[in-house]
Design a protein around this ligand. Structure first.
Ligand SMILES: Nc1ncnc2c1ncn2[C@@H]1O[C@H](COP(=O)(O)OP(=O)(O)OP(=O)(O)O)[C@@H](O)[C@H]1O
Ligand SMILES: [Mg+2]
Length: 226
């Protein structure tokens, strides 16, 4: 699904968290979003998820004008997204399998489809043999992979991650980023916010750099060439 920000500003009080921001991403493209603490990365992702609304400017996602989506329709809009947080937000009284199954249960999938899809998602993140484990018995990297499996289990069109490697060592971080590129290679649009420049500059993906709410590099997009 393609993403377009047109002159988007988000103001909190008298400060612009995002200032006149424009960029686009083609469907199936991947980009890293980087910049200093407070640069506006999470704010940008929250606008994209419609967790917050811009002060001015417009977002177009998959051909839909996001500003025009009513509060009632936001849940429907978000179905196209998979989201990974830094602190993965797993439920510690549920097994790995049941954590990953949660979005499918909410969406009303049959038990047969849930079994099939959860195992496929756990297989992709290399955790098929841990499905019965409780999250607390897993390492930090494994917990983060469960969070990723849960984000992709409903086959989102866009995968968004906000500092998904924040608590991980360099090798695990590289493995997690590798998982995101693997999902991108099968056609999912992927945006990953990360301040780990050393890591993301070693990868070949596009890098969007924010500084004080403004984009100072935006890389090349397939969407820019008609
Ligand atoms: N709900 C809010 N109310 C007021 N100010 C906010 C709010 N959310 C974000 N801000 C401000 O907007 C700016 C951008 O914040 P944001 O969380 O997007 O930064 P970030 O790039 O994600 O930083 P970090 O790397 O620390 O996560 C900051 O100055 C922050 O204080
Ligand atoms: Mg942030």
């Amino acid at each position: 699904m393609e993403v377009q920000f047109n002159r988007v500003t988000k103001r909190f009080g008298d400060r612009d968290a995002l200032k006149d921001l424009s960029f686009s991403m083609a469907s199936g493209e991947m980009a890293f979003l980087t910049g200093h603490s407070g640069a506006g990365k999470s704010t940008l992702l929250r606008l994209l998820l419609c967790l917050d609304r811009p002060t001015s400017g417009e977002l177009v996602v998959g051909g839909r004008a996001v500003n025009a989506i009513s509060n009632r329709k936001i849940a429907h809009y978000r179905r196209d997204f998979g989201v990974v947080f830094q602190d993965h937000q797993l439920l510690f009284d549920r097994s790995v399998f049941n954590n990953v199954a949660l979005p499918l249960e909410i969406a009303g999938f049959s038990q047969r489809d849930i079994d099939r899809r959860v195992r496929a998602a756990l297989d992709k993140v290399g955790l098929l043999d841990r499905e019965k484990a409780l999250p607390e018995s897993l390492s930090g990297g494994e917990q983060q992979r469960v969070g990723i499996a849960r984000a992709v289990v409903a086959r989102p069109k866009i995968l968004i991650a906000d500092e998904p490697t924040g608590n991980l060592d360099p090798q695990l971080s590289a493995e997690i980023m590798g998982l995101f590129t693997a999902f991108n290679s099968v056609g999912v649009t992927v945006i990953v916010a990360s301040h780990d420049l050393a890591l993301i500059s070693r990868m070949s993906q596009r890098i969007l750099t924010l500084k004080n709410g403004q984009l100072i590099t935006r890389g090349e997009s397939q969407a820019d060439t008609p």
